[in-house]
Design a binder for this molecule. Structure first.
Ligand code: CO
Length: 134
């Protein structure tokens, strides 16, 4: 069911500072910051040969990453995202096996313009797991 690793997301307090570290210290190719008000985050992608890093800064009062950053003051890995060929079939298979899908269980359009779902971290070894339609 699982395909490629699409991205690893890292929550940061200061997106500009984090982008500078990836661009200048690590020498990576980075995108311009893009706000996603409907997801409560501002995002920069670090483009690597085989995957991406998604740098996430909270946006707005009810950002889903605010609590994570309160618990992880240095920032930290927030979630991993795997591609699946058929996100509805993947969701139904996971639910049938007892995994919890966050929200209303319906895919939302994510930062890459493709349907995504999030799975409860307690069902996946403490790791918030995102599935994206390939
Ligand atoms: Co993501």
């Amino acid at each position: 069911m699982l395909g490629r690793l699409n991205h690893v997301a890292i929550a940061v307090h200061d997106l500009e500072a984090a982008t500078a570290v990836y661009r200048d210290t690590l020498g990576a190719e980075v995108t311009s910051p893009t706000p996603y008000p409907e997801h409560g985050v501002k995002v920069v992608f670090v483009n690597l040969d085989n995957t991406k890093i998604e740098l996430l800064e909270p946006l707005g009062e009810n950002s889903p990453i605010a609590a994570f950053l309160a618990k992880n003051p240095s920032g930290g890995i927030h979630h991993v995202c795997y591609e699946v060929d058929d996100i509805i079939a993947a969701r139904d298979r996971l639910k049938a096996q007892g995994a919890r899908v966050l929200g209303d269980g319906e895919p939302k359009i994510g930062a890459h313009g493709k349907p995504v779902l999030f799975l409860h971290p307690k069902d996946f070894f403490g790791t918030l797991t995102e599935l994206e339609q390939a």
